[in-house]
Design a binder for this molecule. Structure first.
Ligand SMILES: Cc1ncc(COP(=O)(O)O)c(C=O)c1O
Length: 280
Protein backbone atom coordinates (compact mmCIF):
# COMPACT_ATOMS: atom_id res chain seq x y z
CA UNK A 1 0.00 0.00 0.00
CA UNK A 2 1.35 3.39 -1.03
CA UNK A 3 2.05 5.32 2.17
CA UNK A 4 0.96 8.77 1.04
CA UNK A 5 -0.09 11.60 3.30
CA UNK A 6 -3.82 11.75 4.02
CA UNK A 7 -6.06 14.00 6.10
CA UNK A 8 -8.05 12.65 9.06
CA UNK A 9 -9.96 14.81 11.54
CA UNK A 10 -7.60 17.79 11.52
CA UNK A 11 -4.30 15.92 11.05
CA UNK A 12 -2.12 15.12 8.05
CA UNK A 13 -0.53 11.72 8.52
CA UNK A 14 0.77 8.72 6.57
CA UNK A 15 -2.04 6.53 5.20
CA UNK A 16 -0.99 3.52 7.26
CA UNK A 17 -1.31 5.57 10.45
CA UNK A 18 -4.81 6.87 9.61
CA UNK A 19 -7.13 4.86 11.87
CA UNK A 20 -10.78 5.16 12.85
CA UNK A 21 -12.82 3.46 15.52
CA UNK A 22 -14.86 0.34 14.71
CA UNK A 23 -17.74 2.27 16.30
CA UNK A 24 -17.60 4.85 13.48
CA UNK A 25 -21.05 5.04 11.92
CA UNK A 26 -19.47 4.99 8.49
CA UNK A 27 -18.08 1.54 9.31
CA UNK A 28 -21.15 0.22 11.15
CA UNK A 29 -23.92 1.62 8.95
CA UNK A 30 -22.37 3.26 5.87
CA UNK A 31 -23.76 6.43 7.49
CA UNK A 32 -21.86 9.02 5.51
CA UNK A 33 -21.34 10.77 2.22
CA UNK A 34 -18.37 11.44 -0.05
CA UNK A 35 -17.10 13.51 -2.95
CA UNK A 36 -14.58 12.84 -5.70
CA UNK A 37 -12.96 16.03 -7.02
CA UNK A 38 -10.48 15.92 -9.91
CA UNK A 39 -7.41 18.15 -9.79
CA UNK A 40 -5.53 19.19 -12.91
CA UNK A 41 -2.12 20.86 -12.45
CA UNK A 42 -2.97 21.46 -8.81
CA UNK A 43 -6.33 23.16 -9.52
CA UNK A 44 -9.43 21.49 -8.14
CA UNK A 45 -11.82 21.08 -11.10
CA UNK A 46 -15.26 22.64 -10.58
CA UNK A 47 -14.56 23.00 -6.87
CA UNK A 48 -17.65 25.14 -6.17
CA UNK A 49 -19.94 22.65 -7.93
CA UNK A 50 -18.46 19.73 -6.01
CA UNK A 51 -18.93 21.70 -2.78
CA UNK A 52 -22.54 22.41 -3.68
CA UNK A 53 -23.20 18.70 -4.25
CA UNK A 54 -21.42 17.89 -0.97
CA UNK A 55 -23.66 20.39 0.84
CA UNK A 56 -26.78 18.85 -0.76
CA UNK A 57 -25.72 15.34 0.22
CA UNK A 58 -25.08 16.50 3.81
CA UNK A 59 -28.41 18.32 3.99
CA UNK A 60 -30.35 15.28 2.79
CA UNK A 61 -28.71 12.95 5.32
CA UNK A 62 -29.12 15.68 8.00
CA UNK A 63 -25.46 16.10 8.84
CA UNK A 64 -24.03 19.55 9.51
CA UNK A 65 -21.21 20.60 7.19
CA UNK A 66 -18.18 20.77 9.51
CA UNK A 67 -16.35 23.33 7.30
CA UNK A 68 -16.89 26.31 5.06
CA UNK A 69 -15.85 26.09 1.40
CA UNK A 70 -12.74 28.18 2.20
CA UNK A 71 -11.80 25.79 5.00
CA UNK A 72 -12.31 22.78 2.72
CA UNK A 73 -10.01 24.34 0.13
CA UNK A 74 -7.34 24.92 2.81
CA UNK A 75 -7.68 21.33 4.03
CA UNK A 76 -7.51 19.71 0.58
CA UNK A 77 -4.84 21.82 -1.16
CA UNK A 78 -1.82 20.41 0.75
CA UNK A 79 -2.74 16.92 -0.48
CA UNK A 80 -2.31 17.89 -4.15
CA UNK A 81 0.73 17.54 -6.42
CA UNK A 82 0.56 20.24 -9.09
CA UNK A 83 2.59 18.18 -11.57
CA UNK A 84 -0.04 15.42 -11.79
CA UNK A 85 -3.66 14.77 -12.76
CA UNK A 86 -5.23 13.62 -9.56
CA UNK A 87 -8.47 13.34 -7.64
CA UNK A 88 -9.41 14.00 -4.06
CA UNK A 89 -11.56 11.44 -2.27
CA UNK A 90 -13.34 13.16 0.61
CA UNK A 91 -15.59 11.33 3.07
CA UNK A 92 -17.66 12.58 5.99
CA UNK A 93 -19.43 10.18 8.35
CA UNK A 94 -21.73 10.78 11.29
CA UNK A 95 -18.82 10.05 13.61
CA UNK A 96 -18.07 7.59 16.41
CA UNK A 97 -21.17 6.71 18.43
CA UNK A 98 -21.06 5.37 22.01
CA UNK A 99 -23.25 2.42 21.00
CA UNK A 100 -24.62 0.80 17.87
CA UNK A 101 -28.04 2.36 17.50
CA UNK A 102 -29.74 3.33 14.26
CA UNK A 103 -30.96 6.66 15.69
CA UNK A 104 -28.56 9.60 15.30
CA UNK A 105 -26.17 10.03 18.24
CA UNK A 106 -26.20 13.47 19.86
CA UNK A 107 -23.27 15.90 20.03
CA UNK A 108 -20.83 13.68 18.16
CA UNK A 109 -18.29 15.30 15.81
CA UNK A 110 -18.30 13.87 12.27
CA UNK A 111 -15.36 11.88 10.96
CA UNK A 112 -13.61 13.67 8.09
CA UNK A 113 -11.19 11.83 5.85
CA UNK A 114 -9.52 12.94 2.61
CA UNK A 115 -6.85 11.45 0.37
CA UNK A 116 -5.48 12.14 -3.07
CA UNK A 117 -4.84 9.59 -5.84
CA UNK A 118 -3.53 9.82 -9.37
CA UNK A 119 -6.06 9.73 -12.19
CA UNK A 120 -5.36 6.72 -14.38
CA UNK A 121 -7.64 6.87 -17.44
CA UNK A 122 -8.97 3.51 -18.65
CA UNK A 123 -6.39 1.85 -20.93
CA UNK A 124 -8.93 1.37 -23.68
CA UNK A 125 -10.83 4.64 -23.23
CA UNK A 126 -10.19 5.94 -26.71
CA UNK A 127 -11.16 2.69 -28.42
CA UNK A 128 -14.28 2.27 -26.31
CA UNK A 129 -15.54 -0.19 -23.70
CA UNK A 130 -18.23 -2.83 -23.33
CA UNK A 131 -21.26 -2.48 -21.06
CA UNK A 132 -24.24 -4.55 -19.96
CA UNK A 133 -27.70 -3.35 -19.02
CA UNK A 134 -28.97 -4.51 -15.64
CA UNK A 135 -31.94 -3.88 -13.42
CA UNK A 136 -31.35 -0.85 -11.16
CA UNK A 137 -31.74 -2.39 -7.72
CA UNK A 138 -30.74 0.74 -5.76
CA UNK A 139 -32.69 2.88 -3.32
CA UNK A 140 -34.65 6.14 -3.70
CA UNK A 141 -31.86 8.57 -2.78
CA UNK A 142 -29.46 8.09 -5.68
CA UNK A 143 -28.98 11.88 -5.85
CA UNK A 144 -27.03 11.61 -2.56
CA UNK A 145 -23.37 10.69 -2.95
CA UNK A 146 -23.69 8.17 -0.13
CA UNK A 147 -20.85 5.90 0.95
CA UNK A 148 -23.43 3.09 1.09
CA UNK A 149 -22.48 1.68 -2.32
CA UNK A 150 -23.27 -2.01 -1.89
CA UNK A 151 -25.86 -2.11 -4.70
CA UNK A 152 -23.55 -0.20 -7.08
CA UNK A 153 -20.68 -2.54 -6.22
CA UNK A 154 -22.75 -5.67 -6.92
CA UNK A 155 -23.98 -4.22 -10.22
CA UNK A 156 -20.50 -3.17 -11.37
CA UNK A 157 -19.11 -6.57 -10.37
CA UNK A 158 -21.73 -8.24 -12.59
CA UNK A 159 -20.39 -6.16 -15.50
CA UNK A 160 -16.76 -6.95 -14.70
CA UNK A 161 -17.49 -10.68 -14.54
CA UNK A 162 -18.93 -10.43 -18.05
CA UNK A 163 -15.80 -8.68 -19.35
CA UNK A 164 -17.48 -5.24 -19.33
CA UNK A 165 -16.34 -1.90 -17.94
CA UNK A 166 -19.74 -0.68 -16.76
CA UNK A 167 -23.27 -1.71 -15.87
CA UNK A 168 -25.93 0.57 -17.35
CA UNK A 169 -28.84 0.61 -14.93
CA UNK A 170 -32.45 0.34 -16.01
CA UNK A 171 -35.52 1.07 -13.89
CA UNK A 172 -39.01 0.22 -15.20
CA UNK A 173 -37.61 0.01 -18.73
CA UNK A 174 -35.79 3.39 -18.55
CA UNK A 175 -32.08 4.08 -18.27
CA UNK A 176 -31.05 5.79 -15.04
CA UNK A 177 -27.23 5.90 -15.03
CA UNK A 178 -24.14 3.71 -14.83
CA UNK A 179 -23.06 1.93 -11.62
CA UNK A 180 -20.49 4.74 -11.20
CA UNK A 181 -21.18 7.09 -14.11
CA UNK A 182 -23.84 9.07 -15.96
CA UNK A 183 -25.06 7.87 -19.34
CA UNK A 184 -25.31 9.75 -22.63
CA UNK A 185 -26.63 8.48 -25.97
CA UNK A 186 -26.88 9.86 -29.48
CA UNK A 187 -30.32 8.91 -30.77
CA UNK A 188 -31.62 10.18 -34.13
CA UNK A 189 -28.70 12.61 -34.20
CA UNK A 190 -29.53 14.17 -30.81
CA UNK A 191 -27.32 13.85 -27.74
CA UNK A 192 -29.49 12.72 -24.82
CA UNK A 193 -29.06 12.06 -21.13
CA UNK A 194 -31.67 11.19 -18.49
CA UNK A 195 -32.96 14.24 -16.59
CA UNK A 196 -31.88 14.94 -13.01
CA UNK A 197 -34.02 13.24 -10.38
CA UNK A 198 -33.63 11.27 -7.15
CA UNK A 199 -32.84 8.28 -9.40
CA UNK A 200 -29.43 9.56 -10.54
CA UNK A 201 -26.39 11.31 -9.14
CA UNK A 202 -26.12 14.86 -10.48
CA UNK A 203 -22.74 14.25 -12.10
CA UNK A 204 -20.36 17.18 -12.44
CA UNK A 205 -18.92 15.70 -15.67
CA UNK A 206 -22.52 15.43 -16.95
CA UNK A 207 -22.99 19.17 -16.33
CA UNK A 208 -19.76 20.01 -18.15
CA UNK A 209 -20.84 17.91 -21.16
CA UNK A 210 -24.24 19.66 -21.26
CA UNK A 211 -22.54 23.07 -21.11
CA UNK A 212 -20.03 22.20 -23.83
CA UNK A 213 -22.85 20.87 -26.03
CA UNK A 214 -24.82 24.07 -25.63
CA UNK A 215 -21.84 26.33 -26.33
CA UNK A 216 -20.90 24.37 -29.46
CA UNK A 217 -24.32 23.91 -31.03
CA UNK A 218 -24.39 20.17 -30.42
CA UNK A 219 -28.10 19.32 -30.23
CA UNK A 220 -28.66 18.02 -26.73
CA UNK A 221 -31.63 17.11 -24.54
CA UNK A 222 -32.17 15.96 -20.98
CA UNK A 223 -34.79 13.34 -21.66
CA UNK A 224 -35.96 9.94 -20.49
CA UNK A 225 -34.27 7.17 -22.50
CA UNK A 226 -35.91 3.75 -22.68
CA UNK A 227 -33.68 0.69 -22.91
CA UNK A 228 -35.28 0.00 -26.32
CA UNK A 229 -34.26 3.49 -27.51
CA UNK A 230 -30.76 3.04 -26.08
CA UNK A 231 -30.41 -0.09 -28.20
CA UNK A 232 -31.02 2.03 -31.33
CA UNK A 233 -28.43 4.68 -30.32
CA UNK A 234 -25.63 5.48 -32.76
CA UNK A 235 -23.40 6.35 -29.78
CA UNK A 236 -23.44 5.59 -26.07
CA UNK A 237 -21.09 7.20 -23.55
CA UNK A 238 -20.49 6.92 -19.83
CA UNK A 239 -19.15 9.93 -17.94
CA UNK A 240 -17.51 10.44 -14.57
CA UNK A 241 -14.81 12.52 -12.91
CA UNK A 242 -12.19 9.80 -12.83
CA UNK A 243 -12.90 8.15 -16.20
CA UNK A 244 -14.03 11.32 -18.02
CA UNK A 245 -16.08 10.57 -21.17
CA UNK A 246 -15.85 6.98 -22.33
CA UNK A 247 -17.50 5.61 -25.48
CA UNK A 248 -19.42 2.37 -25.07
CA UNK A 249 -18.92 0.36 -28.25
CA UNK A 250 -20.77 -2.79 -27.23
CA UNK A 251 -23.97 -3.11 -25.18
CA UNK A 252 -25.27 -6.52 -24.11
CA UNK A 253 -22.91 -8.19 -26.62
CA UNK A 254 -24.31 -6.12 -29.53
CA UNK A 255 -22.12 -3.57 -31.31
CA UNK A 256 -23.11 0.09 -30.98
CA UNK A 257 -23.11 1.28 -34.63
CA UNK A 258 -19.92 -0.12 -36.18
CA UNK A 259 -18.37 -0.90 -32.79
CA UNK A 260 -16.08 2.15 -32.87
CA UNK A 261 -16.26 5.46 -30.95
CA UNK A 262 -18.56 7.79 -32.87
CA UNK A 263 -18.04 11.29 -34.31
CA UNK A 264 -20.02 13.12 -31.60
CA UNK A 265 -17.82 11.53 -28.93
CA UNK A 266 -14.68 12.50 -30.89
CA UNK A 267 -15.85 16.11 -30.95
CA UNK A 268 -17.02 16.17 -27.33
CA UNK A 269 -13.84 14.53 -26.04
CA UNK A 270 -11.68 17.05 -27.92
CA UNK A 271 -13.71 19.97 -26.52
CA UNK A 272 -13.66 18.47 -23.00
CA UNK A 273 -9.85 18.02 -23.07
CA UNK A 274 -9.42 21.58 -24.38
CA UNK A 275 -11.70 22.92 -21.63
CA UNK A 276 -9.64 21.10 -18.95
CA UNK A 277 -6.40 22.53 -20.39
CA UNK A 278 -7.85 26.04 -20.50
CA UNK A 279 -8.31 25.98 -16.70
CA UNK A 280 -4.75 25.11 -15.70
C1 LIG B 1 -23.60 6.53 -9.51
C2 LIG B 1 -22.79 7.61 -10.16
N1 LIG B 1 -23.35 8.38 -11.10
C3 LIG B 1 -22.66 9.36 -11.73
C4 LIG B 1 -21.33 9.60 -11.42
C5 LIG B 1 -20.59 10.70 -12.16
O1 LIG B 1 -20.41 11.82 -11.32
P1 LIG B 1 -19.18 12.82 -11.51
O2 LIG B 1 -19.19 13.24 -12.94
O3 LIG B 1 -19.45 13.94 -10.59
O4 LIG B 1 -17.95 12.05 -11.17
C6 LIG B 1 -20.70 8.83 -10.45
C7 LIG B 1 -19.30 9.08 -10.11
O5 LIG B 1 -18.64 8.30 -9.48
C8 LIG B 1 -21.44 7.82 -9.78
O6 LIG B 1 -20.88 7.06 -8.83
Amino acid sequence: MENKTVYLNGDYLPLNEAKISVMDRGFLFGDGIYEVIPSYSGHLFRFQEHMERLENSLTIIRLTNPHTREQWLKILTPLLDSSLDQYIYLQITRGVAPKRDHAFPENIPPTVFAMCSNIAPLDNRDSGVKAISVDDSRWELCNVKATTLLANILLRQQAVEQGCAEAILVKDGYVTEGAASNVFAVIDGILMTPPQSHEILPGITRDVILEIAQQNNILCREEIISLDALKTASEIWIASSTREIVPVVELDSEKVSDGKPGPVWQTMNRLFQAYKKSLS
